[in-house]
Write a protein that binds this ligand. Structure first.
Ligand code: BG6
Length: 512
């Protein structure tokens, strides 16, 4: 049953619509546009969070007319909408879709884009506000920004704003991330740059902050005096699917750790910010990243584990080894699994290890942060039949069964004192129902509102790459010899267990 408090918590708080603006999507013929961006914009329109003065300009190399683009989106929304599509609203929305064909490095195309934007702006009353979404291959990021600058399309004046959203991956190591930051800052100020990490669009990730800072009872124990260690797991059942080409270049470390996993880590470990203003929150996240001790080459050998899946069975289905996936070399040394033990060297977290693991083709999809508290002293139960006391565990499940659970010891009913472990669990859907969303709504809306809290700042991206840099270096110098080293459908290589065992700990079982 839904309690009164829960009902109050779900009372609608209508927000104000985003600023009037045009969103230009570079790479509009690609996957992201149809799967996430258009469905997210539609959801915003449905929630009255999209200005009535709004338009989209799709820009890509594919030859297509505006009419064809509208038809394509109308076909695809049927597949990718997260909720029922209302014909009237969709019709209103499609009237705001425009398209132009162009090469990302052709100055002429940007001149044409400028003309089209002026026309669209006039037609839809968008007040000269434009934001550009770079949904292209990363190799075009700095070129597109440079061209926008040259064409005068990035300049803010007379109260008109210009912003750029950049997809991941932002660089492929520290040097390339720095170079990209340098290039784009020749054209844009930091406040115009929105580096996206779609993990920050997830409700449950945003809720980490609310959970920590809107509740008085957790913060006093959120430190080294009470916490034994933290485990952050991002497990995926899927393999590399059609992305073998990209994955061969990236590997799991680059693909997941400096971005998604570090978002989870920083939100868990950061100090309370002085406000929820963008820079206040990001300052605290950046401090955590800077406090993570870079691993020495010796530590890379003892505190990191890499793996690659061989063939195996997932959910009763045989699946091929990574080396047999499309566009993957038959002797590939690319990792599909990573486990790390990191230390955040500050007063709050000294000596509290943060264990991270992520991989493809694990038994199931689950993302969670598990905070294991120190054991209670045994003294009181010495003379009772208790082998050991299970430590308290707080688990924040990010996906797919969003919720929070707390494990604690309880007396098993009966004439003798026996202890059992029980769980107190909260599930989002029980209280709030499920709100269908793509995860991009909030991020797009925030960009329209000029709120960069949930986007990465230049120094954060660089700090993240600095942490993984020594690992990339050692791994490159010492190619793995035992790949594949875990069967698809298992929890990763044996070494990942050993990493935990060396600290007298173990990974949380996530079978259920
Ligand atoms: C992407 C990675 O950024 O995140 C993918 O490139 C990964 O490899 C995906 O599968 C995971 O995102 P989510 O939202 O499914 O957890």
């Amino acid at each position: 049953m839904v309690s009164v408090e829960a009902k109050n918590a779900t009372d609608e708080q209508p927000g104000q619509p985003g600023d009037p603006c045009v969103m230009v999507i570079f790479g509009a013929a690609g996957d992201l546009t149809k799967r996430k961006l258009i469905p997210a914009l539609y959801n915003l329109a449905k929630s009255n969070l999209l200005s009535k003065e709004f338009a989209v300009v799709g820009f890509a190399r594919a030859g297509m007319s505006t009419e064809e683009f509208r038809e394509k989106m109308s076909r695809e929304i049927r597949e990718f909408a997260t909720d029922q599509v209302e014909p009237g609203l969709w019709e209103w929305f499609t009237q705001r879709l425009h398209y132009m064909k162009g090469d990302f490095n052709d100055p002429n195309a940007y001149r044409k884009l400028g003309n089209l934007l002026a026309q669209v702006d006039k037609e839809h009353g968008t007040r000269g506000n434009y934001f550009y979404y770079l949904a292209t291959s990363p190799s075009y990021f700095s070129e597109i920004v440079r061209q926008l600058g040259e064409a005068g399309l990035a300049q803010e004046e007379n109260g008109r704003w210009r912003r750029v959203i950049i997809e991941k991956p932002f660089g492929r190591d520290l040097d390339s991330a720095r170079a990209l930051n340098r290039e784009i800052s020749k054209v844009l100020t930091e406040s115009q740059i929105y580096r996206i990490d779609h993990y920050l669009g997830k409700e449950t990730v945003q809720n980490i902050l609310v959970f920590r800072f809107a509740n008085g009872i957790f913060e006093p124990i959120w430190n080294r005096r009470y916490i034994d260690h933290v485990q952050i797991s991002v497990a995926e059942g899927i393999g590399v699917e059609q992305r073998g080409g990209y994955y061969e270049e990236a590997g799991t470390l680059r693909d997941m750790v400096p971005n998604h996993m570090f978002q989870l880590l920083t939100l868990t470990a950061m100090e309370p910010p002085i406000s929820f203003e963008a820079n206040a929150v990001r300052d605290e996240q950046a401090k955590v990243l800077r406090a993570i001790q870079p691993l020495t080459p010796e530590e890379v050998l003892t505190r990191t584990v890499r793996g690659q899946y061989g063939e195996g069975t997932i959910a009763g289905k045989r699946v091929p080894a990574y080396r047999f996936e499309l566009n993957v070399a038959p002797d590939s040394t690319t990792e599909t699994f990573v486990a790390l033990k990191l230390s955040v060297d500050n007063w709050r977290w000294a000596d509290v290890p943060f264990y991270l693991r992520t991989g493809k083709r694990l038994p199931k999809r689950v993302t969670e942060i598990a905070i294991q508290f120190k054991r209670a002293p045994f003294i009181l139960f010495r003379k009772t039949p208790v082998d050991r006391l299970t430590p308290n565990l707080l688990v924040l499940t990010i996906q797919p069964d969003e919720g929070i659970s707390m494990r604690f010891g309880a007396k098993v009913p009966g004439p003798i004192l026996r202890l059992g472990s029980v769980n107190m669990a909260f599930q989002y859907k029980d209280y709030f129902g499920s709100t269908p969303s793509t995860g991009y709504e909030r991020l797009l809306y925030d960009c329209m509102m000029g709120d960069a809290t949930l986007f990465q700042r230049a120094d954060m991206v660089e700090a993240g790459w600095s942490v993984v840099a020594p690992i990339l270096d050692v791994w490159k110098a010492l190619p793995p010899r035992s790949f594949p080293n875990y069967p698809a459908g298992s929890w990763g290589p044996r070494e990942a267990e050993e990493l935990m065992e060396r600290g007298g700990r173990q990974w949380r079982e996530m079978e259920k």
